[in-house]
Design a protein around this ligand. Structure first.
Ligand SMILES: C[S@@+](CC[C@H](N)C(=O)[O-])C[C@H]1O[C@@H](n2cnc3c(N)ncnc32)[C@H](O)[C@@H]1O
Length: 353
């Protein structure tokens, strides 16, 4: 075979983001999914520049078919501008990027979200990411696009680092999250009981769970009551189990029954609940044991949502083991994901069969 006939294997470049401290696990998962991954660190523990051995379409297809737990967000790298070279040519980085984007016919007349991030060491004359976004928007006026945050047709993702400006164009569903860098922000409500509530709000959004469709929920490890208050707001009857006290604002709620005991010591009737949630921040194996022992109380077809704490040693192996024990207990895992609001844990969304 002569050289011209050699088929170059497809490759594509991306920026991948994980929760802070978890990029190495995202990288490990990518390696398992794609065989080999070339990567360099853009933000330690969090943001990676990736070269994957497949074209963009294949990458997206595989990530959709088999979602990864730790990869929170991905954006294509179409433009990679070297800032030093631009300085030598006396070009402003945003002018150079705008000139390239104005050549993209697919952007004209569209609703577009400009998502700009910068690393801590980026030299951007004190402009923050939101100011940079405005400055880029002004330079793109000729596109006659509608710049929006919600439900755009296309996302232009930009990452400004110490020495480069990376940018790519994608459909929102192809970034794994339509939020900038996958950082979902919820407004803190007045009187909100705990930040833990954000985890369930995010699970609702990311996993597409309709909580109003459930009737009776068991909340295990419920205090102080962030998750319980969320479930009550969705119209459910809730039984909250925790030896600790629930927040005073939940006292005497007509839809709430509190059981101030260790969950290992309580028993319920078979099929009493169509939803079980558990957020105990406890050893993963003990949490799994405790939830499995309570599964009789969940109807077949019922939903089970559990946060699993990641231990320092071999978290991927621990999660695999915990997931296997749930599967053996007749739970079908719908999704396993580290949500933006999870700290050192992942959330499992499962259905009992
Ligand atoms: C992280 S907090 C839960 C926060 C809650 N999801 C919220 O939204 O407010 C963990 C809770 O699990 C409870 N817990 C730990 N072990 C338990 C057990 N064996 N049985 C019942 N509750 C337990 C603790 O008392 C603690 O209140």
């Amino acid at each position: 075979m002569n050289e011209q006939e050699t088929i170059q294997p497809a490759e594509s470049r991306w920026i991948g983001t994980a929760n802070h401290g978890f990029a190495a696990y995202a990288q490990e998962e990518l390696k398992r999914a794609f065989g080999s991954v070339k990567s360099s660190v853009l933000v330690p523990g969090e943001v990676l520049l990736l070269t994957l051995p497949a074209d963009a379409e294949q990458v997206l297809h595989r990530l959709q078919a088999q979602p990864l737990m730790f990869l929170r967000h991905i954006q294509p790298v179409r433009y990679d501008l070297v800032l030093e070279q631009l300085t030598e040519q006396e070009q402003q980085p945003l002018d150079a990027l705008a000139a390239l984007l104005l050549k993209r016919e697919e952007l004209y007349g569209k609703t577009i979200a400009l998502q700009v991030r910068k690393t801590g060491d980026a030299e951007t004359d004190d402009s923050n990411a939101s100011e940079l976004r405005h400055q880029l928007e002004e330079r793109l006026a000729e596109l006659h696009a509608e710049f929006t945050v919600q439900q755009p047709e296309l996302i232009v993702s930009v990452l400004w680092t110490a020495d480069r400006l990376y940018a790519g164009i994608s459909k929102p569903e192809d970034n794994l999250s339509d939020w900038n860098g996958g950082a979902i922000r919820f407004q803190r409500e007045e009187g909100q009981i705990s930040r833990a509530k954000f985890k369930l709000l995010e699970a609702e959004k990311v996993f597409g769970i309709d909580f109003t469709a459930f009737r009776r929920a068991l909340d295990v490890g419920a205090a102080p009551g962030g998750w319980t208050s969320f479930l009550l707001e969705r119209g459910l009857q809730v039984t909250a189990v925790d030896p600790a006290k629930m927040h005073p604002s939940l006292q005497n709620h007509p839809q709430l029954k509190t059981v101030r005991r260790n969950a290992a010591d309580v028993k319920f009737s078979a099929g009493e609940f169509d939803l079980l949630v558990c957020d105990m921040s406890w050893s993963p194996k003990l949490t799994a044991r405790l939830v499995i022992d309570l599964l009789d109380a969940v109807q077949p077809g019922g939903t089970v949502i559990v946060t699993v704490k990641l231990m320092h040693k071999k978290p991927l192996a621990v999660i695999r083991e915990v997931m296997e024990s749930f599967e053996e207990a007749r739970l079908q895992i719908q999704r396993a994901k580290q949500l933006f609001h999870n700290r050192d844990e992942i959330t499992l969304y499962m259905v009992k069969y």
